[in-house]
Design a protein around this ligand. Structure first.
Ligand code: MCA
Ligand code: AMP
Length: 505
């Protein structure tokens, strides 16, 4: 095929009047209309100077048009680089510069703040707002409604997704056409998606979960999506009766459980709820089953690997486990020190291999070599075990990361920033339990000798430097950090000490 990803996910729906996106208020967009818009956008991007292989960085609100930009990039052979809308201009500057993006697409409301970023990185700047307006849409208007799809190989890059690193520097995970396509194929089949499905889509589309797991799976089978800009409990409850499936992070399910409108009747016709991106507490799984009769299907993956394990569609969905390796995915458990496989049933490092595993980190061959073995196994940084029945359970992480509402926060990045603030000698950022978001970051600060850091000034500066979800929910001053005999900060002790800060409601 000339462009496997575009041909399989998009082109096959050309001319189809079937609904693709339900946009609310009775408005829907058919597959055909979506693809015609995609072609117009592809023309506009080419006119803007983007050639196959170039990167397009997009920090835009979720909309049908924003999804069509992803499709247009695939059609034009442009590498799509989606960015969290919470990132500050400083953070965006790093991604645009590091990736050498040719174009930064942003919300017109951010244009003034991001223009210097684009100029500094030598990228063009275009805009797209939540209603599909902006300079890119204007450039697409009137363009031909067909576009000569740019040929691509299965191994060519389709997307570059940045994941923060434990060293504090974000790394761009290079995802190929086949990484995305192989996973979409497997998930659509494993989870029994068909063209009769209507997926309630309330996830952001700048991460693997909302962009690839949800969207590509639906595109694979020709179903429709109820396209909601964000998780709003009222809108979700109103839409559930129209849906057949929903994919969410655990916070979606705890928020639904907190709402008395979640009843067995409301979701009686649904066929599937999935959860991932963060651990789903067994008690949430059980409470949801008791209230609705549905067992949430938990699965596990990473930006670098797409989805790797899933509980079964038919059969026992076991609370607290992430199920079995998906077809075509090899998973092994190794000793974190030696890399040798551990006996079945023992805890160790999860490593995965398969067509789903990324090609490496953008421009970081050393980092790639550290995490992606020559034999193709990717070292996840997650600790787990496989039980006698083959179910995988994640028991912890070796990598120092806090997962808050499904967003990853790398303490190192926040600590490096905190350590530079006036009056701060050193800092430690840990995740503490939070009833809504699973965990949230908290910072423990040690003042410089004789000084007292201005906590308000630090909080104010954090607003400019760090995306909201990364900002510590509390700044706590202590005389010294607990250390072991090797001098290493004992984060477990800090986590234990502050575990009750946001005690459950
Ligand atoms: C919003 N805030 C957050 C988060 N989201 N803070 C920490 N962690 C978060 N995740 C901030 C808001 O800016 C706001 O700040 C305050 O917290 C409360 O906001 P609220 O209105 O309650 O939040 P929300 O807008 O309802 O969002 C919560 C959410 C959302 C629905 C859980 O974060 C979400 O959709 N998360 C999904 C993330 C996701 O898709 N992850 C997949 C990546 P203020 O109070 O100052 O206004 S991982 C992945 O892709 C891998 C491969 C995988 O396995 O899936
Ligand atoms: P990201 O780097 O954003 O792709 O996040 C991937 C990480 O999210 C994984 O390495 C896990 O630590 C975590 N994760 C994803 N799904 C699950 C799950 N079902 N249970 C526990 N952790 C998960």
């Amino acid at each position: 095929m000339a462009n496997p990803l575009f041909d399989t996910l998009f082109a096959r729906h050309a001319g189809s009047a079937a609904p693709f996106l339900h946009l609310g208020g009775g408005r829907s967009l058919s597959y055909d209309a979506f693809l015609r818009r995609t072609a117009q956008l592809a023309h506009a991007l080419r006119d803007a100077g983007l050639a196959p292989g170039d990167r397009l960085a997009a920090q835009v609100p979720k909309s049908a048009e924003a999804l069509a930009v992803y499709a247009a990039c695939v059609q034009a052979g442009i590498v799509f680089l989606p960015l969290n809308t919470a990132y500050t201009p400083d953070e965006v500057a790093y991604f645009v510069t590091d990736s050498g993006a040719g174009l930064l697409l942003c919300d017109p409301a951010q244009e003034d703040r991001l223009r210097p970023v684009a100029e500094g990185a030598g990228a063009a700047l275009m805009t797209l707002d939540a209603e599909g307006g902006g300079s890119l849409s204007a450039a697409a208007r009137g363009q031909p409604e067909t576009f000569g799809t740019v040929p691509r190989d299965a191994g060519d890059l389709a997307a570059l997704l940045y994941t923060s690193g434990t060293t504090g520097r974000s790394k761009g995970a290079m995802l190929t056409q086949d990484n995305l396509l192989s996973n979409a194929r497997v998930l659509a089949e494993y989870w029994r998606f068909t063209d009769r499905d209507v997926l309630l889509h309330a996830l952001p589309i700048f991460h693997t979960h909302g962009l690839f797991v949800a969207t590509n799976t639906v595109l694979m089978t020709g179903g429709a999506m109820i396209w909601q800009p964000r998780f709003d409990i009222d809108a979700v409850i109103a839409a559930l009766p129209e849906a057949t499936a929903m994919m969410g992070v655990p916070t979606f399910y705890t928020r639904l459980l907190d709402d008395p409108r979640l009843t067995r009747e409301l979701v009686a016709h649904m066929r599937l709820f999935t959860s991932g991106s963060a651990p789903l507490l067994a008690e949430t799984h059980e409470a949801f089953a008791a209230r609705t009769g549905h067992r949430i299907l938990e699965r596990y993956g990473m930006t670098e690997t797409n989805m790797t394990t899933s509980n079964p569609y038919e059969g026992d969905r076991r609370a607290g486990t992430v199920g079995f390796p998906l077809p075509g995915v090899e998973l092994r458990i190794t000793d974190p020190e030696t890399g040798a496989e551990v006996p079945q049933g023992e805890v160790g490092m999860l490593e995965v291999r398969g067509p789903n595993v990324f090609r490496g980190y953008w421009d970081m061959p050393e980092k790639t070599a550290e995490e992606l073995r020559e034999n193709g196994y990717f070292i996840t940084g997650d600790l787990g075990m496989i039980d006698a029945r083959g179910y995988v359970t994640i028991v912890g992480r070796i990598k120092d990361v806090v997962i808050s509402g499904g967003y990853n926060i790398y303490p190192k990045e926040v600590e490096m920033w905190l350590d530079e603030q006036p009056g701060v000698l050193e800092s430690a950022v840990v995740g503490v339990p939070h009833p809504d978001l699973g965990e949230v970051p908290v910072a423990i600060l040690v003042p410089q000798a004789g000084g007292v850091p201005d906590m308000q000034a630090i909080s104010a500066a954090a607003e400019r430097a760090l995306a909201r979800f990364k900002r510590p929910r509390r700044l706590i001053l202590v005389d010294a950090l607990p250390r072991n005999t090797m001098g290493k900060v004992q984060k477990n002790a800090l986590r234990a000490e502050y575990a009750g800060l946001f005690a459950a409601r």
